[in-house]
Design a protein around this ligand. Sequence first.
Ligand code: PLP
Length: 393
Amino acid sequence: MELAHRVKTLSPSSTLAITAKAKELKQQGHDVIGLGAGEPDFNTPDYILEAAKKAMDDGMTKYTPAGGIVELKKAIAAKFTDDNELSYANDQIIVTTGAKHALYTLFQVILNKGDEVIVPSPYWVSYPEQIKLAEGSAVFVQASEKNHFKITPNELEEAITDKTKAVVINSPSNPTGMMYNKDELEKIGEVCLKHNILIISDEIYEKLIYTEKPHTSIASLSNELKEQTVIINGVSKSHAMTGWRIGYAAGSKEIIKAMTNLASHSTSNPTSIAQYAALAAYSTEEDTTLELKQVFADRLDVFYDLINDIPGISCVKPEGAFYLFPNVKEAATKNGFTSVDEWVTALLEEEKVALVPGSGFGSPDNARLSYALSLEELTEAAKRIKRFVVNNQ
Ligand code: PLP
């Protein structure tokens, strides 16, 4: 059967592909260290598990409103007030099947064929594919490593055409871990307001920041910017809840209503039990995200030094998320490879360490290393990478 054009040009997620390859090698009995994971390596906290069990026992196993249960929307609104000084009504929030589906639904409701979305590069792998699926076109703006992988207001303005509909800002970023500060966001916001461009602010790593620099939501900078922004967030990374699939979007009533209509015909609703679990995550006094954050901060310090110490590998120190995004081009070249992709494959085969090549993130000289692993595993991984680099020169 002939498949639809829209899926023929779709690239499979490179992060999932490397994780699958690493799993396969593991199943064959190899001692593989997978640095490809995009999820915390902790289990979901007990109080959240208990809330889900209770929801099941209480019979919360039926369809819910398409945009999510009211209690959860209220808890999300309270989170916005407490963390971001933002006030949203219930009809400005939609709960979705993970933040990924919030983004998917958003692109579907805002884009017409040929509309452009500016995507700063390096980018998270799903943005361009989701834009393509909505018949839009991703316009990449290359952020330099020198500027810590952040685009400047000028670079943004130069990429704007009469077809530009939106820009994606992901801070802290996957894959680079970099963050925009308030001043930078203000200037980017000015450009967006001037050209009437929607800002899609993906804040999924908001809780995982390892410097004193606070997270700023661009929507909180003015009323106009709030009107012009859709925030994407969720509990996957903050509460080790990737498998539960609960994310959300907050923005204008018009956009949220359209997203909710679309959800009513696609997912019907995010899983009822998972919504009660997320409600517990946002309702407790117990801030388990702090514990998670401390563990990641300690790992970052150790792993960053070990990786940066490898000849031919250089890395800007990330400020958030749980990835290093070093430039490995020199090491790959010295090892006799013409591309980082080939180098990554050889490293997996020879030393059984799985990294994600940067090409999938729009940055072919880099590789992404997740530090959602124990310190012992990270130390062993760095040792193996170093051995590979040094032995093959
Ligand atoms: N946005 C970014 C930048 C991500 O890295 C991810 C997950 O990897 C998501 C969104 C999607 O998260 P969720 O698990 O809530 O779908």
